[in-house]
Design a protein around this ligand. Sequence first.
Ligand code: AMP
Ligand code: ZN
Length: 466
Amino acid sequence: MKLYNSLSRKIEEFKPLAPPKVSFYACGPTVYDYTHIGHLRTYTNDDVLRRTLSSVGFDLNYVMNITDVGHLTGDDDSGEDKLEKKAKGTKQTVWEVAKFYTDFFEKSIKALNILLPTTFIKATDHIEDMITLVKKLEEKGFAYVTKEAVYFDTTKFSSYGKLSGQKLDDKIQKSRDEIHIDSEKKHPADFALWFKKQGRFADHAMSWDSPWGEGFPGWHIECSAMSMKYLGETIDIHAGGIDHLPVHHENEIAQSEAATGKTFVHYWFHNDFLLVDGKKMSKSLNNFYTLEDIQKKGINPLALRLLYLQTHYRKQMNFTWESAQAANLALKNLRDQVIALKNQQDRTSLSEEKLAKNDEYKNKFYEALSNDLQTPQALAVVWEVLKSNIPSTDKLDLLYDFDQVLGLGLSEVKTEELPPHIFDLQKKINEARKQKDFELSDKLRKEIQDQGYKVEDTPTGTVVKK
Ligand code: AMP
Ligand code: ZN
């Protein structure tokens, strides 16, 4: 398995620390607003990576957090807590806001066949773990306290910026127009580990006791604390969208490695953006669509999954309704072909040549995925199998196997319960078409249609529907 590692900026051979075990951490959603289809692109690609690793024999522990506290508007500790801001604008409590959008997130990922994490945890359930980690950083001299907060001292961590390649000096320039500046903050790149319940945060609804007084954790510390708790101090894979790379992930590395003296993550897996009209789909630009928007347009959520798979995860992808409709048709076509295959019963004994052909398709499919997750090439193998002349049962076996990774629900496609005489006619049509007796197949087709059924031809056979 080869994977691009954002840290080395190279495609590397994937070698987990303790095979066959793989520790995988994915930054979860901040639950202050609807999950949109940009988020879903990232989580789908993470899911495909997870399923691919499982399919080639690894045993994954996949941890995802829910960010329900501490994520501020603005990347520089200057803004408001996103959940508190949302709650103020509604009649709900922060806890209700978190619950509502967590449920929406879960509903959305389920609709896209994204497997639930093995460990799915909330930041607010891990405040003690975060406090312990901040204390450790303080003891080791990597943190300092001001009237407003506890900060990580980036100048003390010599490799700060190694993930993004940014120098600390660049941060000085970028941070000049901060909205709120803590005058005691020593360096603009320093980031809050703990905010005190004072000043702009005096009314903060979520707060806990700590050695630095009542307050709440900064956003970055939660991922370090939870990753270490469930997966250990060094993990194999950490995933997220590309927007998290320069600040959030850089800070996660700094505070984790400063605390443990060990490498935090071996492989950094970053997804590029879903765009709309050339701009990043985001809550702040209000240019987003959700699962419900997709369903309202009559598009199967799994068609969205298929659409994502058509673009490599490290490329930007522009969303259009035309492309979503096209993916919907493609999915329907794929499912119809599965139905037609299921209706055919031509299990013939496999000759060695045919067996070799099956292996060739399988190898091609997994080679594409093992090459830094080339999903477009893997999909091309699906269509190739459908067009091939291998027996339909073998086609089905291959499709079901591929679908363990693709997650398009192909094994759940239901053939319609047809009355036996209609089912018989359908079988006869398939026979006639195989013999190229089109006169007979047309006659049989009319016979079925006259009884109120629809007959559709697909490249793999005839499908009859009510
Ligand atoms: P957030 O809730 O903002 O922390 O985002 C949850 C995940 O979705 C993160 O990994 C983000 O990087 C990712 N993400 C946000 N917007 C997009 C987008 N337009 N395209 C792809 N991934 C995104
Ligand atoms: Zn994170």
